[in-house]
Design a protein around this ligand. Sequence first.
Ligand code: SER
Length: 599
Amino acid sequence: MNSKTLREKFLAFFETKGHKVIPSASLIPENDPTVLFTTAGMHPLVPYLLGEKHPEGSRLCNVQKCMRTNDIDEVGDAWHLTFFEMLGNWSLGDYFKKEAIEWSFEFLASKKWLGIDPNRLSVSVFAGDKDAPKDTEAADIWKKAGIPEKHIYYYPKSENWWGPAGEIGPCGPDTEIFFDTGKEKCGEKCEPKCNCGKYAEIWNLVFMEYNKKKDGTFEPLAQQNVDTGMGLERMIAVLNGKDNVYETDLFKPITEKVKSQILKVKTTSQKLKVDQARALRIITDHVKASAFILTDGVTPSNKNQGYVLRRLIRRAVRYGKLLGIENNFCTEAAKVVVDMYKNIYPELLQKQNFIIEELKKEEEKFEGTLSNGLRKFTKMGAGNKVSGKEAFDLYQTYGFPLEMTLELANERGLRVDEEDFHKEQKKHQKLSRAASSGMFKGGLSDASEMTTKYHTATHLLHAALREVLGKHVEQRGSNITPERLRFDFSHSEKMTPEQIQKVEEIVNQKNRQKLPVICEEMSPEEAKQKGAIGLFRHKYGDRVKVYSIGSPSQGSGQVFSREICGGPHAQNTDKLGHFKILKEESSGAGVRRIKAILK
Ligand code: SER
């Protein structure tokens, strides 16, 4: 059975039971700032589970887009996903346990619907505790419906209680349905909760009759609701006898596309020791999730949903590089995602250009710094520990999300000083605050982003001046605020209007060319040899940071600008804005001063 048929069957079945099909809500919760993503089909329905009237009535069903970030590290195994779809049916104070259980059994076991042999089904029910009684009622209904008694298990809250989606809200005991995959038992005590792979959880029926309050206690809701959820990807895998979700029509085309791009660089990929299957799964999951998150209007950033998106894309890029893929593969894979889902979620097609553009930008941005960051990382880990400062440098200079550093460290058996990382981050934010003149609507982040851009523009200006006026031009001073740059340099004559215009043109041309800004560490001698501009009369430490701007395809000899500098810098020249020189004047004997802005 393919996913299309299962979607159709599920909704058609519940329509015969008086349910209205409602559309999937956005992945970004509209009315719940406490969580970043819609994590279950019930999530957008919370007001109705609490008693508000739903315009479509009290029996609803749908297929909901869901995103669960807590499973991100597990992705790569057989079943875990970040983005997935959930088939669900709801009773809003309408039917309760009897109908919910009987109908799910009918849908699974009836020849007219899925026709699963009831002997392959097991269920678990709530064992009872101080908050709610043992659910013998649910167990009795299962028995009557046709589940053998020895296939009924009683578990505590850890297994058989669902919700709330955030800190507080509707929740309740649940009953879970498991499918026997036919695998050997893992031991005498093998049972559904042991997670050995013999039993696959396929459907969860929640009896939502409690409200969890702030103080941690549970009060009965005004109405008894039913909330069920069946993971589409798992169910399709199980129905087709697959032992992992990636073998289904919901993933295969994406994985195939990614794989096809590895073949182009066979030689490099063969050299790498990497669990290819796992890497492909991670890329497949992450690209699909990214496409859906972008569709719902989020762009990569360092905050909230944007940060999760950035993590997903960058992690995919990193695994792509591990596999030896050298071209932009995320966009190619995302096109496949759009194609696969456009008939179910037309918004993907409408947003196709946006998805591709944003993915491309983020992929390129990270590609520019990834290999240098990785090289840097291999030198870290003195005393088996990556310090907070080092982790922050990876974050700030090379764009490594903290979680990626943690993952890399884990692979090498190193610890990361997370606490110190956060301290470094706070310190940096304070510095940004000091730099902020308060005129930036977006506050601190905008102010520090602007100074970073001016910093990069200063390097471009420096290189452009040397091109137009001659190699005698050397930096004599620099001062940057979020509003402008000021640059002093050695030159003895007033610049002509033509020279000024030429310099502006060069800088703006470099901005238009979207050049990556690359940071490398080396010895001062090496920097000098490579033609880096720097004040070599000064004393440098053993290692210096060298920032290069220019197309990597032009080779190392031909970068436009190469300077010894502490950073930080923009990762690419594309977003700097239009460069304009406001003033050119004398600043002492043989020194000129330029004030310029980015618009
Ligand atoms: N809310 C429950 C779950 O996510 C059932 O839909 O499993």
